[in-house]
Design a protein around this ligand. Structure first.
Ligand SMILES: NC(=O)c1ccc[n+]([C@@H]2O[C@H](COP(=O)([O-])OP(=O)(O)OC[C@H]3O[C@@H](n4cnc5c(N)ncnc54)[C@H](OP(=O)(O)O)[C@@H]3O)[C@@H](O)[C@H]2O)c1
Length: 218
């Protein structure tokens, strides 16, 4: 991935996961746009993040301008705003990749609950159409781990219908210091999205701070 030529828009970049991603990718040389429903909030977050890491690579824009001015977007908003955010940016994403990190948590967060169409990422792919490449990733790892400088002993499942897009997203995830796996078609995102509720349950039941997953081979 050409870092100098890649501008990543993080829709919901003012939030926990979005700011952690913005910081890490900017530290790796990518230009990052924090996208917010409110431009001023995005600008404030961008100033704070740049200050924290000593960079000038992060800027803040509203969701529409962020999606217009990027080559690749990331969905990092709560599931309750998933559809509204997709609606706002749909026309600006044609020909681009969007990484969907959404976990469709509703009600009891320790109980798997998936949308009628199967998963949040599949909903996004159906809504955005074939001209937008939806790649699903990062559902099973906490924002505090992504934002930290520690070695992270956990792995990431990446799904999507375009293998080249999945590979490209895996390179971006590699720049976060994480190992990832191509886990197949976008329908398979249901497994990663569902796993989050299981990990939350395990954290509570076994008193762990942040359980995660790893693929093993024997
Ligand atoms: N946090 C994690 O550790 C983690 C890990 C894996 C996956 N995820 C997924 O990443 C997404 C974002 O999670 P998060 O924890 O970063 O969320 P968050 O901090 O609560 O919210 C992220 C941003 O979403 C925007 N937003 C839009 N509609 C909203 C609404 N109705 N209520 C609150 N905020 C709204 C806000 O930005 P503006 O106000 O600036 O528009 C907010 O800063 C979720 O889908 C989650 O499942 C999170």
């Amino acid at each position: 991935m050409n870092k100098e030529k890649t501008t990543i828009a993080i829709l919901g970049g003012t939030g926990a996961l979005g700011s952690a991603l913005a910081k890490k990718w900017a530290q790796n040389g990518y230009t990052v746009i924090v996208g917010s429903r409110k431009k001023e909030k995005a600008e404030t977050t961008a100033i704070e993040l740049n200050k924290e890491i000593g960079s000038e690579l992060i800027k803040g824009l509203d969701l529409i301008e962020a999606s217009k001015n990027c080559n690749l977007a990331v969905m990092a908003v709560p599931y309750s705003s998933h559809q509204m955010t997709l609606d706002a940016v749909k026309n600006n994403l044609i020909g681009k990749i969007i990484i969907d990190t959404t976990v469709p948590l509703q009600g009891n967060v320790t109980k798997v609950s998936l949308p009628e169409k199967g998963s949040a990422a599949l909903e996004a792919q159906i809504f955005l159409g074939d001209k937008v490449k939806v790649v699903s990733a990062l559902q099973n790892i906490g924002s505090h781990l992504i934002g930290s400088d520690k070695n992270i002993d956990a792995e990431v499942l990446v799904t999507g219908n375009d293998r080249e897009a999945v590979q490209l997203v895996r390179e971006l995830i590699n720049d976060l210091g994480l190992t990832s796996w191509d886990a197949g078609c976008i329908e398979n995102s249901a497994a990663a999205e569902a796993l989050t509720s299981i990990l939350i349950f395990i954290n509570k039941r076994h008193k762990l701070k942040s359980s995660g997953i790893k693929i093993t081979s024997h």
